[in-house]
Design a binder for this molecule. Structure first.
Ligand code: THU
Length: 118
């Protein structure tokens, strides 16, 4: 699903396509791709696109995310923080189109993430 959605990426500026598939606790899977903008700074990463889609459809939590890029890249810092908001123990699978992948967790990618003490 991440590979399929990667093909939908809107990346005319970088040419770097990212596809994500986010597994919700409900069992539903939500896809996302990167959506770039001429102002560059307004670009939305695939991971955050998937999170926004899922939450706005009523999902309440996440177990895992699969991210497909040409080189198996790990999520950027902003996306790590957004994923940590929902589940630091979330499994993160970084994969390439040929099926090679690595597994890690959000906590491993972003130890000591920012949280509000409420
Ligand atoms: N990108 C993502 O979609 N996810 C990340 O975690 C890192 C970067 C996108 C943003 C931009 O469209 C392109 O990859 C190159 O930075």
């Amino acid at each position: 699903m991440a590979t399929e959605t990667r093909r939908l990426a809107y990346a005319p500026y970088s040419g770097y396509q990212v596809g994500a598939a986010l597994v919700g606790v409900s069992g539903m899977v939500y896809s996302g791709c990167n959506v770039e903008n001429a102002s560059i700074g307004l670009t939305i990463c695939a991971e955050r696109a998937a999170v926004v889609k899922a939450i706005s459809e009523g999902e309440s939590g996440f177990q895992a995310i699969v991210i497909v890029t040409q080189d198996g890249a790990t999520p950027c810092g902003a996306c790590r923080q957004v994923l940590a908001e929902f589940n630091p123990d979330m499994e993160v699978y970084t994969a390439m189109p040929d099926g090679h992948y690595a597994r890690t967790t959000v906590k491993q990618l972003l130890p000591y993430s920012f949280t509000l003490q409420r």
